[in-house]
Design a protein around this ligand. Structure first.
Ligand code: UFG
Length: 328
């Protein structure tokens, strides 16, 4: 029996596959390679297929013995979703609908889903609990919330069990330095900071220092991608053991400001990393910190790399080895 991983050639998908393989799991990957990289995964069963191509997707289910699905495939840029919601609804929501229909038709009834803190929108309380109000402030978060809700009703009607993992800020890289973050364009803070010591940019921009936080810059909850990978493994095993559907936050529970992240990157790289304060980026909440108590309690998740210095050291190893991502 195999696990079908959609979007397996992306940043979190490829890290999760490496981890699942270390646990002896057989993997089948479906990825349209719109943003993923074929050489980020070492698998024989790789299908370059878009989820909306249901005939081809159905063949993957028929050709392999699929036990369950881990679903990463989606567009995930908040800013782009604001100007191009059509693409986000089409790829994320319709793509997931096609996947769920194909699962139903092939009697596959377990799915772990890659969700996001963006489902909450501007939080009312910190740390954020799974029971807090979900009120996304952008189409990206809205499509992910819609996908979660689809799964809730597909469970009710057809018995497809799901675990949704709402990630906060994924960061870091595999310890080997061979798998890491490679987005084009890059929008995430840590890889952008590291482009300065790599000589790819002169300075890092700080998007606003007038937030209601101790140093005025936004605070985020950074979680190591390999701890995320472990959470997917535990969530999958939870479903295989016959448990019910559930939703979990996934963060470290500790917040760091943009200025603090830059300071730690200076320590790790030994580079002065100039920073320039610019205007706020639209839609950025001041503070996003997860309560991860529920996943620790229910799944026994226990993050191994919750020190931001270690997260940045691992990211730095990857970016130094691969300054041009998977094109090197
Ligand atoms: N930032 C800068 N300068 C930069 C880039 C980012 O100051 O050059 C700041 C942002 O304003 C933000 C923080 O760094 O305050 C983190 O920004 P990221 O873009 O790295 O991450 P986000 O918190 O915006 O996004 C993350 C996930 C999204 C998810 C979102 C939920 O990457 O997938 O949290 O709000 F949707």
């Amino acid at each position: 029996m195999s696990i079908l991983v959609t979007g397996g050639a992306g940043y979190i998908g490829s890290a999760t596959i490496k981890y699942l393989q270390s646990k002896g799991k057989e993997i089948v990957v479906v990825d349209n390679l719109q943003t993923g990289y074929r050489n980020s995964v070492d698998v024989d069963k790789f299908y370059k297929i878009d989820l909306r191509d249901m005939d081809s997707l159905d063949k993957v289910f028929k050709e392999n013995e699929i036990e369950g699905v881990i679903h990463f495939a989606a567009n995930s840029l908040v800013g782009v979703s604001m100007t191009d919601p059509y693409t986000y609804y089409d790829n994320n929501v319709y793509g997931t609908l096609c996947l769920l229909k194909t699962m139903m038709e092939n009697d596959v009834k377990k799915i772990v889903f890659s969700s996001t803190a963006a489902t909450y929108g501007e939080p009312k309380n910190i740390p954020i609990l799974e029971s807090d109000i979900t009120n996304p402030t952008n189409p990206y978060g809205e499509t992910k919330l819609t996908m979660e809700k689809m799964m809730k009703w597909f469970d009710y009607a057809y018995g497809i069990k799901y675990v949704s993992l709402r990630y906060f800020n994924a960061a870091g890289a595999h310890k080997s330095g061979e798998i890491g973050e490679a987005h084009n364009p890059e929008t995430h803070l840590i890889p952008l900071i590291l482009q300065v010591p790599l000589g790819q940019r002169e300075y890092v921009s700080i998007f606003g220092d007038d937030y209601d936080t101790p140093d005025g810059t936004p605070i985020r909850d950074y979680i190591h991608v390999m701890d995320l990978a472990d959470a997917h493994y535990l969530a999958y095993e939870h479903l295989v053991s016959g448990n019910d559907s559930d939703i979990f936050n996934l963060g470290s529970g500790t917040g760091f400001s943009v200025k603090e992240v830059i300071e730690i990157a200076r320590e790790v790289t030994g580079h002065e990393i100039p920073a320039v304060v610019e205007a706020r980026r639209a839609g950025d909440p001041a503070v996003l910190i997860a309560s991860s108590a529920k996943i620790k309690d229910v799944l026994g998740w226990n993050p191994q790399y919750d020190d931001l210095k270690v997260i940045i050291e691992d990211a730095w190893r990857w970016h130094k080895n691969h300054p041009n991502g998977y094109d090197d």
